[in-house]
Design a protein around this ligand. Structure first.
Ligand SMILES: [Mg+2]
Length: 211
């Protein structure tokens, strides 16, 4: 279903967009990652399990988040924290970007919605739970100038649905969290984050039902 500015209320000053599964359809991605990452599936599995365990955690800053995160992945594998850090930043994330570049396109509503928001003076923030958010948007062929701020949750010190992420965004954009609308594909991350700070939430696919 297309998302239009009908999801905005008079009190919406900032739209916080999730990236993966929201700006593009990510179905098939696990298989595509496995295809490009043949020989790495133990690391991929360890990362996924660690991500689940870290859901909603907030560690205060990027450096502490990543060092704790890499250590936790390393503990699930036979690799060192340093090796995992290098693998995550220089192999895993670029591989995710490459999968998007090869096999995915932005949802048809994204560009017109961004344009309409700018015309209405509503700011757009992209908040991804993964790193390399700008590279992913570029891999989708989107213009970074379409967004007022592109940031990853780890850069802010945690993972969704930590409410601190929304406080960071609201502070940076000069609004209250209640003046934000979160659009995302997951109730348990995007939705819970919005609800934790009384922001509006729109689940992709059900956007005639903003809560
Ligand atoms: Mg998502």
């Amino acid at each position: 279903m297309d998302i239009t500015t009908s999801v905005l209320t008079p009190n919406t000053h900032v739209v916080v967009l999730d990236l993966d599964g929201t700006l593009y359809n990510k179905s098939g991605m696990i298989g595509e990652m496995m295809l490009l990452g043949i020989g790495q599936w133990w690391r991929l599995l360890a990362e996924r399990k660690t991500r689940k365990a870290f859901r909603g955690q907030y560690l205060g800053c990027e450096e502490l988040f990543y060092s704790t995160y890499y250590r936790a992945i390393a503990n699930r594998t036979a690799f060192s924290e340093k090796y995992i850090s290098n693998w995550y930043q220089n192999t895993y994330m670029p591989m995710m970007v490459e999968v998007i570049r090869r096999w995915h396109q932005p949802m048809a509503w994204v560009v017109p919605f961004a344009k309409a928001c700018h015309e209405k003076g509503v700011k757009l923030v992209v908040l991804s739970d993964y790193g390399h958010a700008k590279e992913k948007l570029q891999a989708l062929g989107l213009d970074l100038q379409s967004f007022d701020w592109v940031v990853s949750a780890p850069e802010l010190g945690g993972l969704k649905p930590a409410p601190q992420l929304m406080h960071h965004i609201a502070d940076r954009m000069g609004v209250t969290p209640q003046q934000c609308l979160v659009i995302g594909d997951r109730e348990d991350t995007d939705g819970d984050m919005a609800r934790a700070v009384n922001a509006k939430f729109c689940l992709v696919g059900l956007c005639n039902n903003v809560t």
